[in-house]
Structure formats: structure tokens, C-alpha cells
Design a protein around this ligand. Structure first.
Ligand SMILES: [Zn+2]
Length: 459
């Protein structure tokens, strides 16, 4: 039987801790002429090319020099049914949900539509270098089935859940406390821990769930403590005011979730912008994870995420696109806008911390850093190959870049899907099957047939 071993050659960058300053080189490992040996979807060896090739046997060699190999990006908050309402004009959160989001999500009751959109959604993720995401599906069980089925076919490590919402939404987009509970139980039984899938119990947010449904969500969390939990928190001031009207007994917005037992380090709280001191203390105590969604917060005019303030309390912040209120699938563009949001507050997002954040940092937020987010031996071979000269503007800028930090900052500010040269999911190339090359091989660029063919069909 032919070996399924692959040896990827290129420049390697992987993090072992969060860099504490722009020149904290103790937090990462950079190998100029490095190699990864991959077998059965796992990284078997990492080291210099000379070291790794010596023990690689008959592995197929793919030469990515001079490109940069990092762990695949992780997106910790994204809405799968919103792919066709990205860039919808003119509203803030609550109007935006009513005008665009809810009508669109009703279409996901249809299995065929959900399956077709799942295919496009996963293509978009990998085209942008994202190999793991935590997604909200629609209220319909069929949408979560389509999502997990597509993820399984691609062998991607994905987390997701059907939203629980039983009020303040149109007909066809509400469940009930009992049906939401039953559907979630079925989905957990079928998908959680199957292959690379994990389930996230997903009350959409306080406004769209009755106290009865929140109680059911609490029961689900108690019965499945190893599942993730995701919701939204304090994105917009009108949202907060309405939440407190609906839950007059709650001390604050976070208390709605806290009183039903949802908070733990398995919980992801999208946005978490306008927080009271008590809420910040509760996040620190319970380990729940705020999720920074920069392009979405700017697009909807929601507010500025206080990254440094939360971090100073020991809170672990994740970062995400929040498509479809977010405006880019790219975690690079997410870093770009995140950098600017922190600039407005006198805070910094230096490139080493930025690239740590979208790889190992988000893996830590998910408690999955022993499986994804690094190029460590024994972890899953989800890998992105970055081209810091992907566009004319980037190439020109790179002529003046002399350090790795400068190169990373070019990717952070100017990069998008064009900078993603190749993506490996569990060791399998996603963009184009790379031909074997004899060693030693010259650097070369490969095009992306899958993407280009699709573009042609569309145009
Ligand atoms: Zn969201």
C-alpha cells in the first residue's frame, strides 16, 4: 500500500504561549527551512528540513518555500445561515436582525437549501484559511444536520449548534422550550464527539428566549457539561435595555445567563462590549470567554471591545468574524480591524500576539490547544500556507520588510483570502492537489484550481 505520508517544506511559525511583547521571541518557534511530516491526519514530526527528511522514508514532498506555514485559523463565532446577507445596508443590531437575518434564516428549514449553503460556507472558510469554526446554525434541526454532515465529509474540526429561540422572531423561526430541548438532545447524541465534531448548546440571546427556554438550556448544559455553550452578550445598548425589560429580576445582562447556570469555561459570549463591573468579575470567576468580533462591531456601529481591560482581569478573550454582521471571512482582515479598534482605545495588537490569537489563542479559548492551533507533533494537521507577497501592494511593501514581525504585520493589515496559498485539513490539501516533487525542489507557486473553476462558473 502506498504511504499517505506527506512532507511539507517551508518556513514554519508556531506558538507555544501568548507573546507578551512585540519582541517576545520565547513564545514561538520559527524555522527558516523547516518541514512537517504528516501521517494519518496528524503532525508526526516538526523540525528543520534536513532533520525531518532524514526520517521521512517514502513521504511525498511538497515544497512551499518561500511561503510561511502556520496552524490553520480558528474562527470562534460565525453564523452559517447568514452567508447571503453579508453586507446588508443600513441598520443596527435589532433592526438588522428583523430586516435581514430572520427572513433569511427561515429558508434553512429546507434541507436542500441548507445542504447547498453548507457546501458554499465550508468552501469559503477554507479559502480564507479557516480550518475550525464555531457556528450558529438556524433554529431548524435540518440546518445543523447539513452543517455537521458537510464538516464530516471534509473531516474538519467544527463546533456548532442549532439556535434556541422561542420568541421575538417571525413564524417559521421559533421553536418551543420542549422542541428546542429535544432537537438539541438528538443533535448532541448524533454529532457531539463523532469524528471531529463538537456540539455547542446555542440559545441565540436573551431577547429571543423565554425564561422557560433558558431553563431548558440550563438543563442541557447540566446534562452535557462537555458541550460548548454559545450566545451573544451586550453588543448594543438598545439590546441591553430590552433584555433587562424582559428579565426584570436579572442584576444585569450576563446575570440572565448566569442564573440559568450557563456560565463556565466552555461558554463563548459574542461581543461582550458594554459590560458592568459585576459582569466582568463574573466572567473572570467563571472562566467564560468573551469573543471579540471587530468587523461586525464596526459594521453595526456597536462599540469598541475593551480587550486590555478584560485581559487585565485574567479573562481569556477569543476573536472571530461574526459573519454575516461581520464583513469578512478572513481572520487576517479580522485582525486588521481589531488592530484599529484597539488603537482607538490606546491599546496595541502587535503581530506576534495577533497571529497567536487566531491560532493557538483561540484554541486555548476552546480548550483544544492540545489538538489544533499549533504545529506541535501529535496535533491535527490543519495548516495554512501564507503568501505575504500575494498582491501587488503586499509585494511592494515586502521589499522594505526585513523582519518576521514586519512580514506578519503586512499579512495582518493587507492580507485576505488572496494571501492563503494552500490549506491542509487533517493533512489533506484543500485548494489543489499538490503534485509530488523530487527533492531538493525549487520554490514554486501553485494556483488553486478548485477556487478558480468555481469563479468561472459564477461569472
Ligand atoms: Zn453573532
Amino acid at each position: 500500500m502506498p504511504s499517505d505520508r506527506l512532507l511539507l517544506r517551508g518556513r514554519l511559525l508556531t506558538f507555544s504561549a501568548e507573546p507578551q511583547s512585540p519582541d517576545d521571541t520565547s513564545a514561538f518557534d520559527y524555522i527558516e527551512d523547516g518541514a512537517l511530516l504528516i501521517e494519518n491526519g496528524l503532525i508526526l514530526r516538526r523540525g528543520s528540513y534536513c532533520e525531518v527528511v532524514a526520517g521521512a522514508g517514502d513521504a511525498e514532498i511538497i515544497d512551499h518555500r518561500p511561503k510561511l506555514l502556520m496552524a490553520g485559523f480558528i474562527d470562534t463565532h460565525i453564523h452559517f445561515p447568514q452567508v447571503q446577507i453579508v453586507a446588508s445596508w443600513g441598520a443596527q443590531l435589532l433592526d438588522w436582525l428583523n430586516t435581514y437575518t430572520f427572513p433569511e434564516e427561515t429558508r434553512f428549514a429546507d434541507e436542500g437549501h441548507a445542504a447547498a449553503m453548507a457546501c458554499r460556507f465550508f468552501d469559503l472558510l477554507t479559502d480564507h484559511g479557516t480550518t475550525t469554526a464555531v457556528a450558529y446554525c438556524s433554529v431548524h434541526k435540518a440546518s445543523a444536520e447539513a452543517y455537521f454532515e458537510e464538516a464530516e465529509q471534509r473531516n474538519m474540526r467544527m463546533i456548532g449548534g442549532k439556535v434556541l429561540m422561542d420568541r421575538n422572531a417571525p413564524d417559521g423561526l421559533r421553536d418551543t422550550p420542549q422542541s428546542g430541548y429535544d432537537d438539541t438532545k438528538d443533535l448532541i447524541a448524533k454529532w457531539h464527539g463523532r469524528g471531529r465534531a463538537s456540539y455547542a448548546i446555542t440559545p441565540r440571546f436573551a431577547i429571543t428566549s423565554t425564561p422557560g427556554q433558558m431553563e431548558m438550556a440550563g438543563a442541557l448544559v447540566a446534562e452535557h457539561p462537555d458541550c460548548f455553550v454559545q450566545t451573544h452578550l451586550s453588543e448594543n445598548k438598545n439590546e441591553i435595555a430590552y433584555t433587562l425589560e424582559l428579565y426584570p429580576e436579572a442584576r444585569d445582562y450576563l446575570d440572565v445567563y448566569q442564573r440559568y447556570g450557563l456560565l463556565s469555561d466552555k461558554m463563548l459570549l459574542g461581543h461582550s462590549i458594554h459590560l458592568e463591573q459585576r459582569e466582568i468579575d463574573a466572567l473572570a470567576e467563571t472562566g467564560a470567554r468573551p469573543v471579540f468580533c471587530p468587523t461586525s462591531n464596526l459594521f453595526l456601529g456597536s462599540g469598541l471591545f475593551d480587550d486590555a481591560g478584560l485581559r487585565s482581569k485574567g479573562i481569556v478573550n477569543a476573536i472571530a468574524t461574526d459573519i454575516g454582521a461581520g464583513t469578512s471571512y478572513s481572520m487576517l482582515q479580522t485582525l486588521n480591524e481589531g488592530y484599529k479598534i484597539l488603537q482607538l482605545q490606546g491599546q496595541k495588537l502587535h503581530p506576534f500576539r495577533a497571529f497567536h490569537w487566531i491560532t493557538r489563542g483561540n484554541a486555548v479559548a476552546l480548550g483544544l490547544e492540545d489538538r489544533i492551533g499549533t504545529l506541535d507533533e501529535g496535533t491535527e494537521a490543519d495548516i495554512v500556507v501564507l503568501d505575504s507577497r500575494a498582491t501587488e501592494a503586499m509585494a511592494l511593501r515586502m521589499e522594505r520588510a526585513s523582519t518576521l514581525a514586519e512580514e506578519l504585520f503586512v499579512l495582518q493589515m493587507l492580507g485576505d483570502d488572496r494571501a492563503i496559498d494552500e490549506v491542509y485539513v487533517a493533512g489533506k490539501p484543500q485548494k489543489g492537489k499538490a503534485p509530488a516533487v523530487p527533492q531538493p525542489a525549487p520554490a514554486r507557486t501553485r494556483k488553486t484550481p478548485a477556487t478558480r473553476e468555481r469563479d468561472l462558473v459564477l461569472s
